[in-house]
Write a protein that binds this ligand. Structure first.
Ligand code: AMP
Ligand code: ZN
Length: 110
């Protein structure tokens, strides 16, 4: 855990978030500033800065297991997974997978 990290604080329930899924390794909550009607953040509970800092790639399996459950539960067929990496792109320096779907992702940009 990183005591200065806002997502670690969400993991520790020191600050509030709309948590929609939790297990031993993974937490999912709603993005506070959604870019579309469905915008969730899927994070490892363990503090890892970005993809380059992952020491155990098993966490990626855990995360994608959860993403698969989530899109089934939310009944979403069209969605994007976005991962920003590095100081220039990442606002929050705790690895997170944006799951974005709904009204604003009707156009295929990439
Ligand atoms: P990134 O630019 O990939 O680091 O994105 C960080 C995301 O975290 C942004 O979409 C923010 O809206 C979101 N965010 C920041 N603080 C919180 C918070 N306390 N609860 C939920 N989402 C947050
Ligand atoms: Zn953290």
């Amino acid at each position: 855990m990183d005591t200065d990290c806002i997502f670690c604080k969400i993991v520790l329930k020191q600050i509030n978030a709309e948590i929609i899924y939790e297990d031993d390794n993974v937490l999912v909550f709603s993005d506070i500033n959604p870019v579309s009607s469905i915008h969730k953040l899927v994070i490892p509970k363990k503090h890892v800065k970005d993809i380059k800092q992952i020491d155990d790639v098993g966490i990626i399996i855990n995360i994608f297991d959860v993403i698969k459950k989530l899109v089934d539960d939310l009944q979403i067929d069209n969605f994007k997974i976005v991962v920003n990496n590095g100081d220039k792109l990442q606002l929050v320096k705790h690895l997170h997978f944006h799951l974005i779907s709904g009204d604003k992702v009707t156009d295929k940009l990439i």
